[in-house]
Design a binder for this molecule. Structure first.
Ligand code: SF4
Length: 639
C-alpha cells in the first residue's frame, strides 16, 4: 500500500503477483491495473468515471478490488443475469482469496427470483396444478424449500426455468403483504435486505437498481440498502432499463393474475364477491378483445389507434373493478390478504390510467400486443433528467463501464443519454488485449444487394448457408428483426446440415448449453443474443450479422426521441440513431472473440458498412480485425 493508502494493485494483479500465485490459468492484462488504480482514486476523491474496457481487460477484478479496499459500501449493478452470477459465484470469492479475508458481499436479485414462504404455505395446502409436469416438480420444490438458506431459485436444481407454478409462489412485490405478512420475520426477501444492510459489497442488476430508485422516489423505502458508491457495469445498456423502470406498465396478464388471486380469496359465505369477479372477468374480456385485433404490434396510443368504443368498454371495465373492490372489502374486511389485493388493484389501475390518459409530453404512451397479452406503457422519452435527480445526485462516486461505451471514438453520446455532466465526468478507454488482426476476420461482401433491394432476403439466406458451410456450423446468425429470424430459420431447417437452434424455441440458457455441447450448431437469434452472451472456444467461430442494427423508426420510443431532437434543431440520425447502432454493432461483433485462444469470422451482410459515408464511423468502432470483401478469404481463413 502506498502512502496515500492506494493498494498495490501490481502486487495483486501483475505478473508474479497474488493472482498469478493462486495457480490455474493466469494472463497478464496490462489495462487491468490501470483501471483498478483509476477506480480506487475515484472512490477516494469522488466523481464520475466513464471507463470503456475492451473484452478481456478483466474489468470485474479491476473494480471489485478497489471497491473492497474503499472502506465504503459499494453497489455493483450489472445489465445481465449472467454477469451478476459470474460476479457472485466466481469473481467475489476470487477477491476474498486474493485479499485473504472474508468479504461481506450479498447478491440481490429481482424479487421474483425468491420463494415467498407465505404463498408457498398456501399453495402446499391447496395445490392448483396446471399439468402433470408441475406435479413432478412439487416434491422437489418442497424438499428444497425446507433446506434453502436463501430462497433463491438459482439454487433450485432440476426444475425448468419456465415452470409456470413458480409464479404462484415467488416473492414478487405486487402481491407481497409486507409487515402484515404472518411469516414476515422469516421471509427470504426481508432477511436478504437485512444482510445487504450489513454488507460491504452489494451485487445487483440494472433493473433492481432503477426499480429501487423509482420506489425510493415515491415512498423513501426500496429493496436496496443505502449506498453512495456505485459501479454500473454493462452501462451501454442502462438507458433501456431506466426507460422501462421510470415508466409505468399495465398489462392484461397483470389484471388476469389479480382476478385469479382475488378469486382464490372468495369465502363461501360471500357469493356476491364471486359474482362481481365474474363480472369483472367478462368486462376485461370485452375490453381487451378489440385491442387484440390487428395482430402483434407496438404502436403509439392515440385517439386513432384505439379501437372503436374503447371509452365505453373502459368505463364498463372500471365499473366492474369498482364493484369487485367493494365486494372484496365487504367480504374480507381488513384481512392482510384483502388489503394486499386492494393495493395491487389500485396500482394496476393507476398505471392503466396513466398509460391511456396522461397528457405529460415527457412520456411516450404505447400499446404492445403479443399473443394474448396486451400491455399499455408510458415511458419517459429522456431518462437523463430523471437519472440526474434520482441517482447521480445522491452518489459520491460512480464508475460506468462496459466493453462498448463510446461511439465513433467519443463518449458524448452515452454521457448525454445518461445525464452525466461533461465538465466533471472523467473518461478512459482501455483497448482489449486480444490480437484481433490475427484472431479474426471481418467479412463484408463486395458485391451484394443493399438491404433495401427486394432480392436482399434471398441473397442473405444463400450467403448465410455458404458461410455456415465454410465454418462447419459453429455459428451465431444475429438478425435485426423477428421476421427475418423466422424466415432464415425456416430456410436453414431445410437447407443446412448442421444442428439448428432458434431463439424462442427454448429458454436462452438452455439454447446456449445446447449450442456449446453440439460443437457444430447454428443458432439463429435476434435482439437478446446481440449482447451479454459469452461462448468461448471453437463452438463459436462465425458471427453473421444480417443488417446494421438501426432501431426501427416505427418503434414508439425511437420515434418520440427522433421527433424531440428534430424539434430542438438537432440531427437525430447522427446524434441518436447512428451512435445507438454503432454500440449495438460493436456488441454483436463482440460475441466472437472472447479469449486469446478464440479465432473466427464476423460477417456483416449489410453493404452500407462499405458504401455509405457513415460506414467508416461504424467500422472505426469495431475491433481491428483483418478485413475482406471476397468470400475466398473466408474459405481460406477456415481452411
Ligand atoms: S413478506 Fe411478502 S414476500 Fe415475504 S413471505 Fe410475506 S408475502 Fe412473501
Amino acid at each position: 500500500m502506498s502512502r496515500d493508502g492506494e493498494p498495490d494493485f501490481d502486487a495483486l494483479l501483475g505478473p508474479g503477483g497474488a493472482l498469478s500465485a493462486l495457480g490455474g490459468f493466469y494472463e497478464h492484462r496490462p489495462g487491468q491495473v490501470e483501471l483498478a488504480r483509476a477506480i480506487w482514486r475515484l472512490f477516494a476523491e469522488g466523481g464520475f468515471l466513464l471507463a470503456e474496457a475492451g473484452t478481456g481487460t478483466g474489468k470485474s477484478l479491476a473494480y471489485l478490488l478497489p471497491a473492497l479496499h474503499s472502506d465504503r459500501r459499494v453497489l455493483v449493478a450489472t445489465g445481465t443475469k449472467a454477469l451478476q452470477e459470474q460476479l457472485s459465484r466466481k469473481d467475489v470469492p476470487l477477491c476474498a482469496r486474493l485479499l485473504q479475508r472474508e468479504v461481506k458481499a450479498v447478491t440481490v436479485k429481482g424479487r421474483a427470483n425468491y420463494l415467498c414462504l407465505h404463498y408457498w404455505e398456501r399453495f402446499k395446502a391447496e395445490p392448483l396444478l396446471r399439468d402433470r409436469r408441475e406435479a413432478r416438480y412439487l416434491d422437489r420444490i418442497g424438499r428444497w424449500a425446507q433446506t434453502t438458506r436463501t430462497g433463491d431459485r438459482a439454487d433450485l436444481e432440476g426444475v425448468p426455468e419456465d415452470l409456470a407454478l413458480w409464479s404462484d409462489i415467488n416473492a414478487r412485490a405486487e402481491r407481497c403483504l409486507g409487515t402484515r405478512c404472518p411469516v414476515y420475520r422469516d421471509c427470504f426477501v426481508v432477511k436478504l435486505k437485512r444482510e445487504a444492510e450489513a454488507a460491504e459489497l452489494v451485487v445487483t442488476n440494472h433493473h433492481l437498481l432503477f426499480a429501487d430508485r423509482m420506489v425510493k422516489g415515491r415512498c423513501g423505502a426500496g429493496a436496496l440498502p443505502e449506498y453512495t458508491h456505485l459501479v454500473l457495469d454493462e452501462a451501454h445498456d442502462a438507458e433501456d432499463a431506466a426507460t422501462s423502470f421510470f415508466g409505468t406498465a399495465a398489462s392484461r396478464r397483470g389484471l388476469q393474475e389479480w382476478l385469479h388471486d382475488a378469486g382464490k380469496a372468495v369465502p363461501p359465505d360471500h357469493p356476491a364477491l364471486g359474482e362481481s369477479l365474474a363480472g369483472a372477468v367478462a368486462a376485461a374480456q370485452r375490453y381487451f378483445a378489440p385491442w387484440e385485433q390487428g395482430g402483434e404490434r407496438r404502436t403509439v396510443i392515440t385517439a386513432a389507434s384505439a379501437p372503436p368504443y374503447e371509452r365505453e368498454l373502459r368505463s364498463r371495465l372500471e365499473a366492474g373493478l369498482d364493484v369487485a373492490a367493494l365486494e372484496l372489502e365487504a367480504a374480507e374486511g381488513t384481512s392482510e390478504e384483502a388489503l394486499g389485493l386492494l393495493e395491487r388493484l389500485e396500482s394496476w389501475r393507476e398505471a392503466f390510467s396513466f398509460a391511456l390518459d396522461s397528457v405529460d409530453d415527457a412520456y411516450v404512451r404505447a400499446v404492445e400486443v403479443r399473443g394474448k397479452n396486451v400491455v399499455f406503457t408510458a415511458n419517459p422519452i429522456e431518462v437523463a433528467p430523471i437519472l440526474k435527480e434520482r441517482l447521480w445526485s445522491s452518489l459520491k462516486a460512480a464508475v460506468l463501464t462496459s466493453a462498448t461505451l463510446s461511439a465513433g471514438g467519443s463518449f458524448a453520446f452515452v454521457r448525454d443519454r445518461l445525464g452525466l455532466d461533461p465538465e466533471t465526468a472523467r473518461e478512459m478507454a482501455l483497448p482489449s488485449p486480444f490480437d484481433y488482426a490475427s484472431q479474426g476476420l471481418l467479412y463484408v461482401p463486395e458485391r451484394f444487394p443493399d438491404p433495401s433491394d427486394p432480392h436482399f432476403p434471398e441473397a442473405a439466406q444463400e450467403e448465410v448457408l455458404r458461410l455456415v458451410h465454410a465454418s462447419g456450423g459453429r455459428a451465431f446468425v444475429l438478425c435485426t428483426s423477428v421476421k427475418s429470424m423466422r424466415a432464415l430459420a425456416e430456410f436453414l431447417t431445410a437447407a443446412s446440415p448442421f444442428p439448428l437452434l432458434v431463439q424462442g424455441d427454448e429458454p436462452k440458457g438452455l439454447l446456449l448449453e445446447r449450442f456449446r455441447a453440439a460443437g457444430n450448431a447454428v443458432l439463429v437469434a435476434t435482439a437478446s443474443f446481440w449482447q451479454g452472451v459469452d461462448v468461448q472456444g471453437e463452438a463459436l467461430s462465425l458471427v453473421v450479422l444480417d443488417k446494421l442494427p438501426f432501431a426501427s423508426p416505427g418503434d414508439p420510443l425511437t420515434q418520440a426521441r427522433i421527433e424531440r431532437l428534430k424539434r430542438t434543431g438537432r440531427d437525430p440520425f447522427s446524434e441518436y440513431q447512428l451512435p445507438c447502432a454503432a454500440i449495438l454493432l460493436q456488441q454483436g461483433a463482440g460475441r466472437l472473440i472472447r479469449s486469446r485462444q478464440d479465432r473466427g469470422v464476423v460477417a456483416c451482410l449489410d453493404v452500407r458498412l462499405r458504401r455509405r459515408a457513415y460506414g467508416k464511423l461504424l467500422l472505426r468502432g469495431l475491433p481491428p480485425f483483418a478485413t475482406a470483401g471476397d468470400f475466398e478469404a473466408v474459405r481460406a481463413f477456415f481452411s
